[in-house]
Design a protein around this ligand. Structure first.
Ligand code: KIV
Ligand code: NA
Length: 266
């Protein structure tokens, strides 16, 4: 199998073929979602919450992302790979170039993803100018959680909606190949999706985006706390694990007669 390219993703948008994207953080999960036929895999900085046990994505480092993106690359064969640029790694265009070049060289992913609106336009232009494909990400941007004062829907009032319209337009003009719309009100997400040539990839933003992305753990019920309300789990893997581990423990501890201790010489 051949890996999908940016041209394939653009062609899907032109044909109106929906794009299915999921996160993965390790080689095994990457292989499973890849073999199931997902179009793009995101090595998300949700790594921080899902894998590393942090409260937010802020502590995730570039080295964390590089290590896990390399694993996802090794596990997958067909999906186009996108690696999140973590908090603090794109503070100005020059820093962004340096860090994105490291991601591209050391992992083999096809693209990077950057959270942010108008402030990120010069950075997106710079990266694209250097031949690095960029996925943008607006609406709820978890790296800004403290500044935003929590996790909530965006685009509810006219000022917020207008800002999102402007950001989407500017990021497309800057050369982004796709834009994640996270927790954008569905009507606005649909409007933005129709207004752009590049695909919008929605999460918690309704069904009328060019594609959808979800954290794999939320899709398969592999978690210990409830998933966000927009994530409809399609499996209960946590229960499968608990049952298997419970059986293993019970079987290990089952009565098989005592194993005698060695006799000590007197
Ligand atoms: O880190 C992540 O998983 C993401 C997606 C949810 C869009 O950025
Ligand atoms: Na992310």
């Amino acid at each position: 199998t051949k890996r999908l390219t940016l041209r394939d993703i653009a062609a899907m948008r032109r044909r109106g073929e929906p794009i299915a994207m999921l996160t993965a953080y390790d080689a095994t999960m990457a292989a499973l979602v890849d073999r199931a036929g997902v179009d793009m895999i995101l090595v998300g900085d949700s790594l921080g919450n899902v894998v590393l046990g942090h409260e937010t994505t802020l502590p995730v480092t570039l080295d964390d992302m590089i290590r896990h993106a390399g694993a996802v690359k090794r596990g997958s064969a067909r999906a186009l790979l996108v690696c999140d640029m973590p908090f603090g790694s794109v503070t100005d265009p020059a820093t962004a170039i340096e860090n994105a070049v490291r991601v591209m060289k050391e992992t083999g992913v096809e693209a990077v993803k950057i959270e942010g609106g108008i402030a990120m336009v010069p950075t997106v232009e710079k990266l694209v100018g250097h031949g690095i494909a960029v996925m943008a990400h607006i609406g709820l941007t978890p790296q800004s959680v403290h500044q935003m004062g929590g996790y909530y829907m965006h685009g509810k009032d006219e000022a917020s909606a207008n800002r999102l319209r402007e950001e989407a337009r500017a990021l497309e003009a800057a050369g982004a190949f796709a834009i994640v719309l996270e927790c954008v009100t569905p009507v606005l997400a649909a409007e933005i999706s129709r207004s752009l040539t590049i695909p919008t990839i929605g999460i918690g933003s309704g069904q009328d985006c060019a594609g959808q992305v979800l954290v794999i753990n939320d899709l398969i019920g592999l978690n210990t706390t409830p998933p966000p309300s927009f994530a409809k789990p399609r499996a209960d893997v946590a229960s499968v694990i608990s049952a298997a581990v419970g059986e293993y423990i019970a079987d290990t501890k089952a009565e098989r007669g005592p194993i005698p201790l060695p006799r000590r010489a007197e």
